[in-house]
Design a protein around this ligand. Structure first.
Ligand code: ZN
Length: 137
């Protein structure tokens, strides 16, 4: 067993292996595979197989520079989407907490959350970052 692991290690040396993009491809192919299964869609089934083949190709690829660039490209977008998504969930949670008495606005300049009382008509909201904007409350 030890010998086998050593051989695996030797084989994988200088190859890309699993990275963030690889994990994403794996999950993506599973999702597509499931959709294909429930919708009887052969094209989606083929697509999920192609993604798996691309994933395997990336794992064993020796072109590390190219694979790292792909991964960095993916991670940049993934982080952007993730932070956008978590900001939206955070805002929704904060709004739900104070729904009956207050409204929460996002400062267009610095993205800070600003809590203002409801039913005050159109008011000027001034953010600590000194940016001012008008909203109906
Ligand atoms: Zn601000």
């Amino acid at each position: 067993m030890k010998n086998f692991m050593y051989k695996v290690h030797q084989f994988m040396y200088g190859r890309n292996g699993i990275d963030g993009f690889g994990i994403f491809l794996f999950i993506l192919s599973l999702i597509i595979k499931n959709i294909a299964y429930f919708s009887f869609n052969v094209l989606l089934d083929i697509l999920s197989i192609l993604i798996i083949l691309f994933l395997i190709y990336r794992i064993f690829s020796k072109n590390l520079a190219r694979r790292q660039k792909e991964n960095e490209f993916f991670m940049t977008y993934f982080k952007k989407i993730y932070s956008w998504f978590s900001a939206k969930t955070h805002l929704a949670k904060e709004r739900a907490k104070v729904r009956s008495t207050h409204k929460i606005y996002v400062c267009p300049k610095c993205k800070r959350l600003l809590k203002v009382p409801r039913h005050k008509g159109k008011i000027e909201i001034s953010c600590p970052c000194s940016y001012k904007f008008y909203k109906r409350t």
